[in-house]
Design a protein around this ligand. Structure first.
Ligand code: ADP
Ligand code: ZN
Length: 519
């Protein structure tokens, strides 16, 4: 006889699946043992199972905090269809309805309760929750807690009360955002110092990655569309005006195009969205407002007409293509003008100085990606703490490789200097040490006595800068932004120091490919 008290049984019985996807079983085990957990998995990875199964296995009720009312409703309906007693509570319901649901929970008739953060934090909710035998809290879309994320929600910042009011109840936070800074922010803000972090691969192999110089963009877009006749796609633009103008230009060229941005009435927006879902519109020109919660699996391409403001947004936005797993193409048009535009926007809209600095750092990483000479997927994944051992062969750099050389010795020199300087200096100072500069800071701090002093005198400052940047991009070195940009050893450093990993660098002369100065 089957043991009905195993995760596998629940998975088969209620969800109809035979086996867990990578990491689901470990995560469930962790939650069942009462520990706090942070789950980072791309959209479609199967996050829901990670809290639904343990909530059903344990006595009591699981509480799921979810920010989107529409999504909440869908989830509950599909659970009910599968025979799982589930319900939701949010402010769109009548008081009678809410009281009825609460009553059902108290009577023990519900295993999973979805609740909006507003409702959870409202007066009286705590009393209600205290009456329930809660077996876990799940916080879906947990990145909403971070002001650095693309979808900040003020209510989310209050969710730390869950840990203080219910210290014994295990908490599982889930997000499709793997950005390192946001990850740390989630752990800090939810007060989960001891949580285990599970991160599944964020590699979307079916998406091709291309960066093109942002010149004659419309002509380039036309050529691109010729090669993608009839295929649905999204063009992300920086401004609302930009969206409208581009959509109009495309219409004049005979394309079924629409636009979408936050300045439109809700009705207008749902109309456009609906038309896109039904393939009545082929192309949507949109600001970042478009996409969250949109489930269209056959988006075949995404074009960034302007540079996104950080890698996280970029990843989310290109991720809307190829959800069906079939090949999809992405292009980013890069011009330095966009960097300037973003700097202005961020400076104007961010009043907190620290936050502004972080936003600018994130923008800089985006710029580095756009200007990179190495496999873009390696850089993209490195940003999310994932390391590809092979080049991807599905990005413009891989398809068009630059001249490379064995840079292992250079990397070893850089790393050994970083270590001897106790990981305390920034890139500029490191280059001075490597090149044996005799400037005041070096002499004052005694860096000229360090063993690797002058070991890289054969390279120019700019060459070192380029190579060190490539090392940062690939996880050999790491920039500690919160420690005055000091360079630290990266995750790959050990392998490089002991000679078990060869470092291939791109010759600095072939730089720049993209324009880095305003025209
Ligand atoms: P996420 O919340 O990470 O975006 P979901 O939880 O909605 O993803 O899951 C995405 C899809 O994968 C759903 O259709 C879900 O039923 C399916 N799925 C999840 N786990 C498994 C599994 N172990 N085997 C097969 N399909 C699964
Ligand atoms: Zn590549």
């Amino acid at each position: 006889m089957l043991d009905t008290h195993t995760p596998e049984y629940i998975l088969k019985q209620y969800f109809g699946y035979d086996k867990f996807r990578p990491m689901q079983a470990e995560i469930i085990e962790q939650v069942l043992s009462g520990k706090d957990t942070l789950v980072l998995m791309p959209t479609g990875g199967g996050k829901s199972i990670c809290y639904q199964v343990p909530a059903m296995l344990m006595p009591g009720i699981g509480i799921v905090v979810s920010p989107l009312i529409a999504l909440m409703k869908d989830q509950v309906e599909s659970l009910l269809t599968n025979g799982v007693p589930a319900a939701y509570l949010n402010s769109s319901q009548s008081t009678e309805e809410q009281i009825y649901i609460e009553d059902q929970c108290i009577k023990g008739n519900i295993k999973l309760l979805y609740i909006s953060p507003e409702k959870l934090l409202s007066n009286g909710s705590k009393q209600f929750l205290k009456k329930l035998p809660i077996n876990l809290f799940a916080i879906d879309e947990a990145h909403c807690i971070s002001g650095w994320g693309h979808d900040f929600r003020t209510e989310y910042t209050q969710l730390h009360i869950l840990k203080s009011d219910f210290p014994q109840v295990p908490l599982i936070a889930l997000t499709a955002t793997a950005d390192k800074l946001i990850r740390q922010d989630i752990l800090d803000q939810l007060r989960l110092p001891n949580a285990s972090v599970f991160s599944s691969s964020f590699d979307r192999k079916n998406l091709s990655l291309t960066v093109r110089p942002g010149r004659e963009k419309f002509t380039q877009l036309m050529d691109f569309l010729d090669a993608h006749a009839g295929e649905a796609g999204i063009v992300y633009c920086l401004s609302r005006n930009g969206c409208e103008e581009l959509a109009e230009k495309l219409q004049r060229s005979g394309y079924k195009a629409g636009y979408y941005h936050a300045g439109m009435a809700t009705k207008e927006r749902s109309f456009v969205q609906e038309a896109f879902l039904k393939d009545d519109i082929q192309i949507i020109c949109a600001t970042i407002a478009f996409g969250m919660g949109i489930d269209k699996s056959n988006v075949r391409w995404v074009v960034h007409y302007n540079l996104p403001k950080n890698m996280e947004s970029y990843y989310q936005e290109i991720g809307r293509a190829g959800r069906d797993g079939l090949p999809a193409d992405t292009i980013l048009f890069y011009s330095f003008r966009d960097i300037i535009a973003w700097r202005e926007i961020l400076t104007k809209t961010t009043d907190d100085e620290k936050r502004l600095e972080l936003q600018l750092v994130r923008l800089e990483r985006m710029q580095q990606y756009a200007e990179a000479l190495l496999c873009r997927r390696k850089i993209l994944l490195n940003y999310f703490s994932e390391h590809l051992s092979e080049d991807c062969h599905n990005c413009d750099i891989c398809k068009n490789p630059r001249t490379r050389f064995d840079g292992t010795i250079l990397a070893q020199k850089a790393l050994s200097a970083v270590i001897r300087l106790n990981e305390s200096v920034n890139m500029g100072t490191l280059i001075d040490v490597l090149r044996g500069s005799r400037n005041a800071e070096i002499m004052e701090k005694g860096y000229h006595t360090v063993k690797t002093y002058g070991a890289g005198a054969d390279l120019k400052t700019n060459e070192w800068r380029e190579y060190l940047q490539q090392m940062v991009n690939t996880g050999i070195l790491e920039v500690a932004y919160q420690q005055k940009y000091a360079l630290h050893k990266g995750v790959l450093s050990q392998k490089i120091l002991n000679g078990s990993l060869q470092v291939l660098l791109v010759k600095a002369e072939t730089y720049p490919i993209t324009q880095t100065k305003p025209a």
